[in-house]
Design a protein. Structure first.
Length: 467
């Protein structure tokens, strides 16, 4: 391999000062690219009246960022449209929120073509291309059409849903067929991989040639599960930083004689925030003796504000958090703090470190990196307890968390009580197993496993026609 070319919708090269932008994908790729003198290609985040394909390049921290501007209509149809109003809700089991609009579909194809046309001239003979996430599923197809024969891999950061959901997409066949233009497609968990295989078997009359190799649409495709991790070493270093310590002290002082319960999520309906708030409310109602012993802090910076479903959930959360505090607060005390702000990662590490409970209860989540960050930030001598949704991809690896059904306020309330009263030996025992896996299955292991599989000889070079 000459260079690794990473392609994702947004490009966030590491600034190295702990102030990286929010978003699990950005965090993971920044860490992954550190070791390669790689190129990171994607949208600049800017719009222009007319698409020109002009490339902006900048080298930051050993990574060359190459970005391109899009038109306003691209943003509406491709990013806010097909990606975030069609694929995101559907792949998170919210078919009720999914919009099916042919203009979105066209915009999605157009932007993927524009990306391919801008990227193709940059690709050297031995470069390996690694495409990320649901915004760019058809990118390999567009690159192949332009004669790019390099190895191209794709990693899906969100769930691949059950077959019955995928068929809701008006052009699901074309979308899945375009995935066969990759050499390797990676999923977060074996469950998502199986769901994809099931689709191919049922809808494409495909077959599993051998484990991890599918035949469909007359072609072969390697597939695999590559659970993403965090940069555990860097996170541990950040946990010891002066900013993290200051934040931890601040939070500890703000919660004397009380246990801190913390949630950190982008404000997204898939993260189960409403259900979590109801779970906390139920806990307060059911446990009058423990009420004054806890403070719940929910950090949820707003995201995707141009999409109506996000505006609506924001309104509902404001109402619910107000209701909980109005019902249970006293003159000297309030049970709930709800903050719509971004924090530096070192500050987040400090907040996690001060918490007795990490409450991570998405309704669906490809993986969930907050769960792993929470574990990495704990004090080994007196660790907090992770409460984790069984519907997060991370639940597979994190069986020593308290696993809950995020849809059930009673389940969440019971787990909160259990976590609050849990004795130190049990907390240490559970944390140790979790921490071992967070360290072992970190972002470097994820990257190495994917890149090794993509560059391995068994992966067919495309176009691979099967007769
Ligand atoms: P996300 O849906 O963004 O990622 P997640 O994996 O939890 O979800 O990552 C969120 C990241 O943003 C974490 O690193 C967290 O620390 C950070 N963050 C959240 N709130 C913050 C705040 N207020 N201030 C600063 N940082 C904040 C998508 C998928 C996930 C998958 C990742 C990576 O939806 O399922 O785990 O990609 O593959």
């Amino acid at each position: 391999m000459n260079r690794l070319i990473v392609v994702s919708n947004r490009v966030n090269p590491p600034s190295g000062d702990g102030e990286e932008t929010v978003g699990g994908l950005a965090m993971a790729l920044a860490a992954a690219l550190k070791e390669y003198s790689g190129v990171w290609f994607g949208w600049s985040g800017r719009t222009v009246p007319k698409f020109t394909g002009e490339l902006h390049t900048e080298t930051v921290g050993g990574v060359t960022a190459a970005t391109v501007d899009l038109e306003e209509v691209d943003l509406d149809e491709y990013y806010n449209g097909y990606a975030n109003k069609t694929l995101w809700p559907l792949f998170h089991y919210r078919a009720d929120l999914a919009a099916f609009d042919r203009a979105f579909d066209k915009g999605y194809t157009r932007v993927n073509r524009r990306f391919a046309e801008t990227l193709a001239p940059l690709v050297g003979r031995d470069d390996v291309i690694w495409v990320h996430d649901y915004h760019l599923i058809p990118l390999a197809k567009e690159l192949r059409a332009l004669g790019v024969t390099n190895r191209i891999g794709f990693f899906l950061h969100i769930p691949w849903p059950a077959h019955q959901l995928v068929v809701n997409l008006p052009r699901h066949r074309q979308l899945v067929e375009s995935m066969f233009d990759y050499d390797l497609v990676g999923f977060q968990t074996a469950e998502y991989q199986q769901a994809f295989e099931e689709y191919v078997l049922n809808e494409a009359d495909g077959q599993v040639v051998r484990p991890g190799c599918l035949k469909g649409y007359g072609r072969l495709l390697e597939v695999g599960a590559y659970p993403i991790g965090i940069d555990a070493a860097d996170f541990a270093r950040m946990t010891r930083s002066s900013r993290a310590r200051r934040m931890r002290d601040l939070m500890t002082a703000a919660t004397v004689f009380r246990h801190l319960i913390v949630g950190v999520d982008r404000l997204d309906y898939s993260k189960g925030l409403e259900e979590r708030f109801l779970g906390f409310e139920h806990f307060l109602a059911q446990n009058p003796d423990l009420r004054r012993e806890v403070l719940m802090l929910q950090i949820a910076p707003v995201s995707r504000e141009a999409v109506e479903a996000y505006q609506e959930i924001r309104g509902r959360l404001d109402t619910l958090s107000g209701r909980i505090n109005a019902e249970y607060s006293d003159v000297d005390w309030a049970p709930f703090r709800y903050v719509n702000k971004n924090y530096r990662r070192d500050e987040l590490a400090g907040i996690y470190g001060a918490a007795r409970v990490g409450l991570v209860t998405p309704l669906r989540d490809g993986m969930n990196l907050v769960a792993k960050e929470f574990v990495a930030a704990q004090n080994p001598e007196d660790p907090g307890v992770l409460i984790l949704s069984r519907f997060a991809g991370a639940a597979r690896q994190m069986q020593d968390a308290l696993l809950v059904n995020p849809n059930s306020p009673e389940d969440v309330a019971d787990a909160l009580k259990r976590a609050i009263v849990m004795e130190r030996p049990e907390r240490i025992r559970r944390w140790r197993t979790l921490f071992d896996s967070v360290q072992r299955e970190d972002v470097t292991a994820w990257r190495d496993a994917f890149v090794a599989a993509l560059t391995a000889r068994t992966v067919p070079l495309k176009p691979a026609l099967v007769v």
